[in-house]
Design a protein around this ligand. Structure first.
Ligand code: FE2
Ligand code: FE2
Length: 311
């Protein structure tokens, strides 16, 4: 696929409004400007869908215009009664992914503030989802190697697991969601040659990698966006109940509940991801390994809640 273009699900395009980017359609192996006549209307969208076309493309150098467009549209899309809950989940997922990609380029106060609005709306969508809708969402999430989709997966799954764990408690799921989406923000300080290394890390590289929890904490503190919840997720998402985690090797009684929740969904998502040095596991295989080989790592009650949430 031509990397000068990026695919765009046509469900993400609001009919009628002005698009700050040009649309292209893939014909054979060529990207051709998509003539919209009197604009991209609902009729246009339905016609494309009838023809089996679900994706248009934009030029990669117009990516920022797309991100701004999607952020501006999320509220309208989530309020649109003509769209199914499942379609909205897909849009939430894509919008969060674009937003995290943007945040990764410059993890600074302004971008963090802007992301908060997207995360808040996404958490509202999670809260409005019943059990079946959550299971649909779990099936929909992609397990690429991308740090952006990983962050979205942990954000959505972690928020929902917190909803299960804290069913009666007075917890702010918006704050929890924010903390989950940003749990790995410290990886923005890790050299790309280590972060994207296609294989296992050397001992020295691994030591650098292990600095990302502390780095995440420092970034949020330095940008004035540290919260209690984000302190737990950034610093503790690699701590394990059996004391074998990092950076501090805390034991179960020393790890916050949010740190445990974040570690659980983070581990699950990492097992499902396809990496050069390991093939992707199915959800069943991942949960089996977590139950049989990693048992001491997790809080058992939380693990049960997680299983209940997925099945
Ligand atoms: Fe991490
Ligand atoms: Fe992570």
């Amino acid at each position: 696929m031509d990397s000068n273009f990026i695919p765009l699900d046509i469900q993400l395009l609001q009919p009628e409004d002005e698009k700050p980017f040009r649309l292209y359609i893939l014909l054979g192996d060529r990207f051709v400007p998509y003539s919209q006549g009197d604009g991209f209307t609902e009729e246009t969208r339905q016609r494309l869908l009838r023809e089996g076309i679900h994706t248009l493309h934009i030029r990669a150098d117009e990516k920022h215009a797309l991100q701004a467009y999607m952020n501006g549209n999320l509220q309208a899309i989530l309020a649109d009664p003509s769209m199914s809950h499942q379609e909205k989940s897909k849009i939430v997922y894509d919008t969060c992914t674009y937003q995290l990609e943007k945040l990764w380029e410059a993890p600074e106060a302004k971008a963090i503030e802007e992301s908060k609005g997207i995360f808040r709306q996404s958490v509202d969508h999670v809260i409005s989802s019943n059990r079946d809708a959550i299971r649909d969402m779990v099936l929909m999430i992609t397990h690429e190697t991308s740090i952006y989709t990983h962050s979205v997966n942990v954000g959505l799954l972690g928020t929902n697991l917190a909803r299960e764990v804290y069913s009666d408690a007075d917890k702010d799921l918006h704050e929890i969601g924010y903390a989950m989406f940003l749990h790995d923000i410290g990886k923005t300080r890790i050299d790309l040659s280590i972060l994207n290394k296609p294989g296992r890390l050397t001992n020295e590289e691994w030591e650098v990698m292990k600095s990302h929890p502390e780095a995440g904490y420092q970034i949020l503190e330095g940008e004035g966006h540290l919260t209690d919840e984000a302190t737990s997720t950034t610093l503790q998402h690699h701590e394990r109940c059996n004391g074998e985690g990092y950076p501090k090797g805390l034991n179960s009684s020393e790890i916050d509940e949010l740190g445990k929740i974040c570690n659980l969904v983070d581990t699950y998502d990492a097992l499902l991801a396809d990496r050069v040095y390991k093939t992707a596991l199915s959800p069943y295989q991942a949960l089996k390994i977590m139950k049989e080989e990693m048992q001491g790592q997790f809080d058992q009650q939380m693990f049960k809640e997680f299983l209940y949430m997925l099945y």
